[in-house]
Design a protein around this ligand. Structure first.
Ligand code: ZN
Length: 315
């Protein structure tokens, strides 16, 4: 109870992927998301940082990628201590549409029933495990409506993430303190949600006893971010984690579009807590979102050099 309901739900998921062009094509043209921001990895300016989301990249709709091709990063291993799968939310009656659409793009699609719901499982070009589930209660605006993904089928945002861990009990107990409550249990999954409930505010913990340990690299999720209203809330969370849980937390990092802290939970998954604001409209208008490389002030001074090191791609 020590986190006092400060965690509202999910903010974004960030993955390490392979090729920039393949990534943009997959998320915008196959999944129909909007590229809301093109910037660079603030910790490695030779690598793009792409943010995909709904029209303005609202918290809980954002999926972000670092395309690390040709940077000496190997294919990772998806396993324990990681986000094992990222689940997107689609409106009711859209499973047939997505099943056919994904297959028509050459993707291999599997189906699995969890908690009485059908999940379409597939992979992105770098091997990330993704899925789509119908959620007729998801009231968020569609991510983005494109010429071949109509509003009635358009993805609403991130539904949930699956955390693979060896120590389910300890992880679930931490998540309950953190602000999630158990909604359903169906081995090997435990479904949890925050007080705000439902899509965008949910997690599944997967019992990973039979899985390998996750290794960071291409085709793996790097971290999952949870949203808070303000930086004061993040600081309260940092203090609680350090004093009551003996968990080390980073200093507050300015990510320009939000402010963040990072730490590992007992199941070893890297968590971020990010502020809902200021959002993606701080440096370009709605119409311009994602149409040119944006850099924070401290990198703007080296723009020419930074652009030279980035592989061009087509939107
Ligand atoms: Zn992040």
């Amino acid at each position: 109870m020590s986190f006092n309901g400060l965690i509202k739900g999910l903010h974004h998921v960030t993955a390490t992927v392979n090729d920039a062009q393949e990534d943009v094509d997959f998320f915008t043209k196959v999944l129909g998301q909007r590229l809301v921001k093109e910037t660079v990895n603030f910790d490695n300016e030779r690598v793009y940082h792409f943010y995909y989301g709904n029209e303005i990249g609202s918290p809980s709709t954002i999926f972000t990628t670092f395309p690390y091709k040709d940077q000496g990063v190997k294919q990772g291993i998806i396993g324990n201590g990681q986000v094992y799968e990222s689940v997107f939310s689609a409106p009711g009656n859209s499973m047939d549409f997505w099943r056919m659409r994904l297959a028509s793009k050459g993707l291999s699609v599997k189906e699995e029933t969890r908690f009485g719901k059908e999940f379409l499982l597939f992979e992105d070009p770098s091997g990330l495990k993704l899925s789509i589930v119908e959620d007729e209660d998801d009231t968020r605006e569609p991510v983005w409506v494109t010429k071949d993904v109509a509003e009635e089928h358009a993805i609403r945002g991130i539904h949930s993430v699956v955390l693979a861990v060896k120590n389910v009990e300890e992880t679930v107990s931490f998540l309950i303190d953190f602000g999630y409550q158990i909604k359903l249990e169906e081995s090997p999954y435990t479904l949890l949600e925050t007080k705000e409930k439902g899509a965008g505010n949910s997690l599944m913990v997967l019992d990973g006893k039979h899985l390998p340990s996750g290794v960071n690299g291409l085709g793996t999720v790097h971290h999952v971010a949870h949203r808070v209203d303000s930086i004061d809330d993040s600081i309260k969370i940092k203090e609680t984690l350090e004093s009551e849980y003996d968990i080390q937390v980073t200093e507050v990092k300015d990510r320009k579009y939000f402010k963040s802290i990072y730490f590992r939970i007992p199941g070893n998954v890297l968590f971020e807590v990010a502020t809902s604001g200021p959002g993606f409209l701080v440096d370009e208008s709605n119409e311009e979102l994602g149409t040119s490389l944006k850099l924070p002030d401290w990198q703007e001074v080296r723009r020419e050099q930074i652009e030279k090191n980035l592989e061009p791609y087509e939107r």
